[in-house]
Design a protein around this ligand. Sequence first.
Ligand SMILES: Nc1ncnc2c1ncn2[C@@H]1O[C@H](COP(=O)(O)OP(=O)(O)OP(=O)(O)O)[C@@H](O)[C@H]1O
Length: 304
Amino acid sequence: MTDIPAIEVTGLRRSYGDQVVLDAIDLHVPEGSVFSLLGPNGAGKTTMVRILATLIRADAGVARICGHDVAREPGRVRAVIGMTGQFSALDDYLTGEENLLLMAGLNHLPRSERRRRTEELLDRFGLAEAARKPAVTYSGGMRRRLDLAMGLMGRPKVIFLDEPTTGLDPRSRRDMWQIVRELTGQGVTIFLTTQYLEEADQLADRIALLDHGRLVAEGTPAELKRLVPGGHVELRFADHRALAEAAAALEMESGEELVLRVPGGNRTRTLRELLGRLDAAAVEVETLSVHTPDLDDVFLAVTR
Ligand SMILES: Nc1ncnc2c1ncn2[C@@H]1O[C@H](COP(=O)(O)OP(=O)(O)OP(=O)(O)O)[C@@H](O)[C@H]1O
């Protein structure tokens, strides 16, 4: 362990044309931790990873990976990072083993070590049996595991896990989470982008919420949940007329869904007051459910 942070970002900005995609981002990720960047589609997560991985440049600001400046020392940065997800190098028509051997070559591993390391990774990721089958025949979970194994070939210090469990069944998702936990146990730093709040909650030491290119909240999962002490009440309506009336009575904006999520409300007093306002406006609510706070609530509270 060193005192140098795995990832250090200050005042990072990036625009595409007139559109500001990342705006004055500061991040600090200690070595050996899991940091999750969470945000809806289009929030800027991929752009952030691209900059950190030296694939594109920022317009302003500084980003360092293990002390190396991504703009000035891209080669050194690439030597300490591993990429997965949409940045994956996985080739569908090669077998799992061939994909790993290719990666070993790209990472300039000595010839004698390539096969040994490939076998070690196949074993560790439960892919030994399928090693000689083309990746195109793999299940979603197996592909993600192969992808991650490839990302680890060069023994990176920092690995970018880009939406690692999107589309996986619950079992494969849990397997992936277990692998991530094992990696951090070995001192690898993980930068995880996800749209799943539960995933960030399960894995991350710290979470940053990105919305429209700005960090709207940052902290441990527990700290973030403390931002919304009351959870939320979910109200479901039979039709858009009832939804509109309720939204007016509660001074909220309604969307396409026949649902309103009202922050707070797991105390009887606020719940009574909420129902009182709906009653006074003679609005019919179809169903009502009370939710204890989770990261969804944080999102609701900070992205409105
Ligand atoms: N090459 C590009 N040219 C123009 N605009 C771009 C480009 N890449 C991204 N954008 C825009 O930047 C914004 C942020 O995109 P980005 O892909 O970083 O978001 P994201 O949070 O990763 O979303 P997703 O979860 O959908 O991948 C979007 O509005 C997108 O349209």
